[in-house]
Design a protein around this ligand. Structure first.
Ligand code: PRX
Length: 652
């Protein structure tokens, strides 16, 4: 984006201090208070985390807070709890019984409010349905649902009986379901006939059916009737959600599970191979999500909180389901697209439901900027008191627009850095304490020992770029890659033995703020979603016309990064706009629409090193600048680059 004159609206270097009004009521009211508690949490992590964990309900207390032998952590050893009881029952049993837990809007405009008391009954019923269908503790259950309350109910019901959910984003294609079924060994699927998105029904059950042609070990599919679109039901295998629930009791006693009992597996892209199943467990994960909600979102009983993520991503797990519900807050949940029927939808909902805390992604903010200021201006957004951002660095234009047009210049913005693997936010401002500057996630959360190291393992000086690492374990950390301890160790703990490497580049400024630069590995961040170049390449190569493929990211004003693909064709296939479209759609079919290449270039050959490795670095330079100026001495065939350069030569 172009540099603008430093008017107050575009003063990118402005430091925004929390207002007195916000600070006096905040849990952490000043930087001095943050620093004091941060020091304690780093010097005595056991003390800090034990105090946080004690705010949850444990059926049996732990004997040891942390048992750490890198890279294996056991948090709250000996302790037993039920995650669902903490998110639902303890509120339903007290003064929050009739408080709204979820205020939901479907895209077509249908609305439901579910109180904590009602949520408990629904979750118990569905837990009984799962038990009746033979689901036992530690069994994996795959969830492929739209953004409806039943998605949260399904996750909580799994947690209640100790089953391990693996949620697959509703935008993913059948191959993604097959991969996740194969890897997790799930035998039960919870889905819906479809969901609403941009005025249309997105079919879900037919995608499951397609996956189950390839993967035969699923014995039960429970289908929610959401849209009434036509689907087929296998009489032996498939059951309707409403029929199962109607026959189930609303009473279920929540049994306690070990603190390290597996809670869920969520798949995410890595730099090589298939997506990794990130395993999170119970006590530590809940403590981390609970505590970050409490301090970073400063959640209060009177708040109406809204996180616009989908439950198919980690943000939906930690900041729609577990963290907010563990805090007993009222939250808004929305099924559809931000522009349905137009870009005023979110602002209308904030006004109508009196939303006080709003958490969204920079990519959405950029779409709102493009749509026009008149959309938010048409609504009363004065209920808002705090804004959040997640998924990618927030560029100053987006930060300033969010601050002015949504936050009315009065709401602090928490730019939260974290990952599927970290389970909870690790670096973020605290809204009543931290002076904020557009584009920095500022300081580590309590107990998080974050640092930036150079290749030799030395701490970088202010202003110097390096790799972001976490030097001490934290409760909500990944426990392993499902079924692959070796890959877990190699991916996260081998760059600097004993330290967690996030895969992000970062730098700190003189004031100690962390600035996240982006992924250092072959992982793209498209609209805040992680996509592995390897996955997209293997999807392309699975098409009969493609001999070889290489995928790189290029900067994109709206999406952060766009997907640029280079393919070489097999003999007998010719370059054509039709084939280009077909290949893009093929990726959409194999992975999902978000992975479709934005640019697809046919190439006579790919630039390779003499040892045969594709030099993506050169392709990246080519798509970003239109030419190659870097070191190409290791290149095997120089003519490849020349012809590519001629072919895609485009202005910067
Ligand atoms: O590169 C960082 C970026 O998103 C990656 C994690 O992606 P995922 O596991 O899908 O989780 C996304 C939601 C937590 C990180 O390695 N990222 C996430 N939040 C930020 C960010 N980059 C900069 N600033 C952020 N606030």
């Amino acid at each position: 984006m172009s540099a603008k004159k430093a008017t107050p609206d575009h003063d990118h270097d402005a430091i925004h201090k929390p207002s007195k009004e916000f600070s006096v009521k905040a849990r952490i009211p000043s930087m001095a208070a943050y620093k004091k508690l941060y020091k304690e949490s780093i010097d005595k992590p056991d003390k800090f985390w034990a105090r946080e964990a004690k705010e949850l309900v444990w059926q049996k207390p732990w004997s040891k807070v942390l048992n750490w032998k890198a890279p294996n952590a056991t948090w709250f050893e000996g302790g037993k709890l039920n995650v669902c009881e903490n998110c639902v029952d303890r509120h339903a049993a007290g003064p929050r019984k009739n408080k709204a837990a979820i205020i939901w809007e479907g895209e077509p405009g249908d609305k439901r409010t579910i109180t904590y008391g009602q949520l408990q009954k629904e979750v118990c019923r569905f837990a009984n349905v799962l038990v009746k269908n033979g689901v036992k503790a530690k069994d994996r259950v795959l969830i492929y649902m739209p953004m409806v309350p039943e998605a949260a109910i399904a996750m909580l019901a799994c947690a209640r009986i100790g089953a391990v959910h693996t949620v697959v984003f509703g935008g993913f294609a059948s191959e993604a379901i097959v991969d996740r079924l194969e890897d997790s060994g799930a035998t039960v699927i919870l889905t819906a006939d479809g969901g609403w998105r941009r005025g249309k029904v997105v079919p879900l059950k037919p995608v499951v059916d397609e996956a189950l042609v390839k993967y035969k070990s699923v014995r039960r599919v429970i289908v929610l009737n959401r849209c009434g679109n036509e689907i087929s039901m296998d009489a032996d295998r498939d059951a309707w959600w409403h029929e199962e629930v109607a026959a189930a009791s609303s009473k279920h006693v929540a049994k306690a599970f070990d603190s390290e009992h597996p809670l869920f597996v969520l798949y995410t892209s890595g730099s090589t191979g298939k997506p990794k199943g990130i395993l999170h467990t119970s006590g530590g994960y809940l403590t981390g999500t609970y505590s970050t909600c409490k301090y970073i979102f400063d959640m209060r009983d009177e708040d109406v909180y809204w996180c616009t993520a989908d439950v198919g991503w980690i943000t939906g797990h930690s900041y729609i389901v577990y963290g907010p519900l563990a805090n007993g807050v009222t939250q808004v949940m929305y099924e559809g697209a931000p522009n349905a029927p137009d870009f005023g939808r979110f602002w209308k909902m904030i006004e109508e439901h009196g939303v006080t805390i709003f958490y969204t992604a920079p990519t959405a903010i950029r779409a709102f900027i493009k749509a026009g200021d008149h959309f938010p201006a048409a609504h009363d957004l004065s209920s808002l008191r705090l804004l959040g951002s997640v998924g990618e660095p927030i560029n100053p234009e987006a930060w300033n627009w969010y601050h002015k047009h949504i936050g009315g210049g009065r709401c602090p913005i928490v730019d939260t850095w974290w990952q599927t693997e970290t389970g909870a936010i690790l670096i973020s401002p605290l809204p009543g304490a931290t002076p904020c500057k557009a584009g920095t996630a500022t300081h580590p959360f309590f107990g998080i020992d974050a640092a930036i190291l150079d290749d030799a393992g030395n701490e970088c000086k202010p202003g110097q770029d390096g790799r972001l690492v976490i030097r001490k374990p934290w409760p909500s950390m990944i426990r392993t890659i499902y079924g692959d301890k070796e890959r877990y160790k190699k991916t996260y703990w081998s760059d600097y033995p004993g330290l967690y490497t996030a895969g992000d580049g970062a730098r700190r400024d003189k004031a100690g703020n962390f600035w996240i630069i982006g992924r250092l590995d072959d992982v793209l961040n498209v609209s805040g979603h992680r996509l592995g170049t390897a996955e997209i390449e293997s999807a392309l190569v699975s098409h009969p016309a493609v001999a070889e493929a290489a995928v790189v990211g290029r900067p994109d004003d709206m999406k952060g990064q766009a997907v640029a693909a280079f393919v070489t064709l097999k003999g007998g296939f010719n370059e054509s706009p039709e084939l280009q479209a077909e290949l893009r759609n093929h990726v959409g079919k194999v992975i999902g629409a978000i992975a479709k290449p934005d640019d697809l270039h046919f190439a006579p050959g790919l630039p390779k090193t003499r040892s045969g490795k594709i030099m993506r670095r050169l392709l990246k330079e080519l798509v970003c600048t239109g030419k190659i100026s870097g070191n190409i001495t290791t290149l095997e065939d120089f003519t490849v680059i020349e012809s590519l350069q001629r072919k895609i030569a485009k202005p910067v």
